[in-house]
Design a protein around this ligand. Structure first.
Ligand code: SF4
Length: 284
């Protein structure tokens, strides 16, 4: 079997930073996270074993410190935590913070904000908080087509959004706005991974996408892989699909931004143990 690895699978900068931040906070005193730190069961369980649990609402915080995860939080959430007197440890990814700052300044200037993203995603919940009640969320062509006409508007959005879908929506939005500013919002990590999976699917019979179904960026990689070859989204080396691969095939491996590097290493080791393998890393 030929196994092709990409260069950028596994924890992204923002996720690594969030995990390191929470572990440093835990060394100083009791800490919880507001929402699960990342969309990965293995990592969340590992943090729980260290006594670091997630709460869903500020009112549930009973620890001395609370960590804001890489997705950031709405201003109302910061205010609620401040009122409780809990120490806020902010692990918002700098790429997300940049978008939230842009949203705040656009809202202050009274510019119409159009937000491309998934309504339920925590990063977008936070972004909508910064953008204010006048912001419009768009996640489908139908919603973009329903926009009225604006003299001026600015588009911001979700760092992990599909670039393909973003371009489709932007083309439609542009038909409704005379003076349109598009703030670059898909982060470099996301765009690199999406490009890599396109390269993988064109060279492989099968692509394994490592991560959890709860991770939006991982699901997007899986959807892109499915469009070009047989693809599987798997969490770990215990997945039965590893035993069902064709030994004479080419198998690509990538992983979402919240996939632990250990999971990727264990999957490669499991393939090597089961099949004669040639392992290569592809550059895009
Ligand atoms: S996917 Fe991008 S924006 Fe999100 S945490 Fe990772 S580096 Fe930051």
């Amino acid at each position: 079997m030929r196994v092709l690895l990409v260069e950028h699978a596994g924890f992204c900068f923002g996720v690594k930073n969030a995990i390191e931040t929470v572990l440093r906070a835990a060394a100083r005193g009791s800490v919880c996270t507001l929402g699960e730190l990342i969309h990965n069961r293995r990592t969340v369980d590992e943090l729980a074993r260290r006594g670091i649990f997630a709460v869903e609402r500020p009112q549930q915080v009973t620890t001395r410190q609370v960590v804001i995860r890489s997705h950031g939080a709405a201003p109302q959430t910061y205010e609620a935590l401040s009122r409780l007197g809990v120490e806020i440890v902010d692990a918002t990814c700098p790429f997300v913070r940049r978008i939230h700052e842009k949203a705040r300044s656009l809202a202050q200037d009274g510019v119409q904000i159009l937000v491309i993203g998934q309504q339920e995603h925590p990063e977008i919940v936070a972004t909508m908080g910064w953008a204010g009640p006048g912001a419009i969320l768009i996640d489908s062509l139908t919603q973009a087509r329903a926009l009225r006409h604006y003299d001026r508007a600015c588009v911001i959005g979700q760092t992990t959004y599909s670039m393909e879908k973003r371009d489709l929506l932007l083309a439609e939005i542009a038909r409704h706005v005379d003076e349109l500013e598009v703030f670059d919002f898909v982060c470099a990590t996301t765009s690199l991974r999406q490009k890599e999976v396109l390269a993988l699917r064109s060279r492989c019979d099968t692509v394994l996408v490592v991560g959890d179904w709860s991770s939006a960026n991982t699901r997007k990689l899986y959807e892109l892989a499915c469009q070009g070859c047989q693809a599987y989204l798997i969490a770990d080396a215990q997945d039965p699909v590893l035993a069902q691969l064709d030994p004479d095939s080419i198998c690509g491996i990538t992983g979402g931004a919240s996939a632990p590097p250990q999971a990727l290493e264990e999957i490669v080791a499991a393939l090597k143990a089961r099949y004669p393998c040639i392992i290569e890393t592809i550059a895009t």
